[in-house]
Design a binder for this molecule. Structure first.
Ligand SMILES: NC(=O)N[C@@H](CC(=O)O)C(=O)O
Ligand SMILES: [Zn+2]
Ligand SMILES: [Zn+2]
Length: 346
């Protein structure tokens, strides 16, 4: 039995670091494990210009522990009146790594998102031309569509047409949750990839209702049936270069989660690597973890692989019920449970 694994230092291709006191509280957890991360732009107000991304990046750098070598990779939040010139210039200047499509009102802080992809076609054409990846929160927002079907319907209504119209656009289907998304991504060329979160590999929708309502298991896209979780596990551990690590760590203050209308988002940054390692171990695929965590993402984005290494050891680790953050506590994913792996050398 393998008792330690040493892999290239991973990157997190989808994370919410927030701003202000929350940023200061959560950034060290991500920077401890990951060399780089794609920083989500859904602040309030959202990061829609290269200038606002540049100053947000400065705030992230200021929140890192001294000596941290962590690199935030910034993204542009697309709106109906996104400016192709500003986005292309921000990309050329090394400020924007990618741009993010939130369908309007699909998720947390997405009110300013895109109401119809037709509005941003000129921007997407420009992104295709310059090789800038489009990151997609892939859910329709139509309230008549059952919440568990919104990703699958998004593929039919939006994704299929998008790749037909822009066959060379680099697209990351973010935080996929369904068998249909796996089939879609597999059917596309190498310019279409997907991130998979640790929580969608661990939980199915029952977790939200286990003995009562469990707000800390609620995120968007919402966890689906067991068959979908199994399809995601298969994809993540398959060795396919299309799938890579993206935690979607999305912290919210406890009072905002434990509420009559609780926010969507799971805070998994503190034990993200341990959480993924448990999955790869259970799937007898520890030898494929490095590719998923540290190789496929940089290759998709055209960035160099990290040269540093991280070691995990097989051991029993109890995840605390809450972590003290600035001003309030945060509840991490796996709170109160055991994980069989621990990062020993980060
Ligand atoms: N994943 C979530 O449930 N929430 C994210 C937004 C997102 O990634 O959709 C957040 O910002 O809280
Ligand atoms: Zn999302
Ligand atoms: Zn997210």
């Amino acid at each position: 039995m393998t008792d330690t694994i040493t892999i290239r230092r991973p990157d997190d291709w989808h994370v919410h670091l927030r701003d202000g006191a929350m940023l200061e509280a959560v950034a060290p957890f991500t920077a401890r494990q990951f060399a780089r991360a794609i920083i989500m732009p859904n602040l309030s107000p959202p990061v829609t210009s290269a200038a606002s991304a540049a100053v947000y990046r400065e705030r992230i750098m200021a929140a890192l522990p001294g000596g941290s070598a962590f690199t935030p990779l910034m993204t542009c939040y697309l709106t109906d009146d996104a400016d192709a010139d500003d986005i292309a210039k921000g990309h050329a200047d090394g400020i924007f790594t990618a741009a993010k499509l939130y369908p309007a009102n699909a998720t947390t802080n997405s009110a300013h998102g895109v109401t119809d992809v037709a509005h941003i076609m000129p921007v997407l054409e420009r992104m295709q031309d310059i090789g800038m990846p489009l990151l997609v929160h892939g859910e329709v927002t139509d309230s008549e569509i059952d919440i568990f079907d919104r990703e699958a319907v998004f593929i039919e209504r939006i994704m299929d047409g998008l790749i037909r119209a822009l066959p060379d656009l680099k697209i990351v289907f973010e935080h996929i949750t369904t068998e249909q998304a796996v089939q879609f991504v597999d059917s596309c060329g190498p310019n279409v990839g997907a991130t998979i979160t640790p929580h969608h590999l661990h939980i199915n929708r029952n977790a939200m209702f286990s003995g009562g309502i469990r707000p800390h298991a609620y995120c968007l896209p919402v966890a689906k049936r067991e068959l979908h979780r199994l399809a995601l596990r298969k994809a993540a551990t398959s060795g396919s270069a299309k799938y890579f690590l993206g935690t979607d760590s999305a912290p919210h203050e406890v009072h905002a989660k434990e509420s009559a209308c609780g926010c969507a988002g799971i805070f998994n940054a503190p034990y993200a690597l341990e959480s993924y390692a448990a999955v790869f171990d259970e799937e007898a695929a520890l030898d494929r973890m490095e590719a998923f965590a540290s190789v496929h993402g940089p290759n998709f984005y055209g960035l160099p692989l990290n040269e540093e290494r991280v070691t995990l050891e097989r051991t029993s680790l109890t995840v605390p019920n809450s972590l003290e953050a600035v001003g309030s506590a945060l509840v991490p994913f796996h709170a109160g449970s055991e994980l069989g792996w621990r990062v020993v050398q980060a």
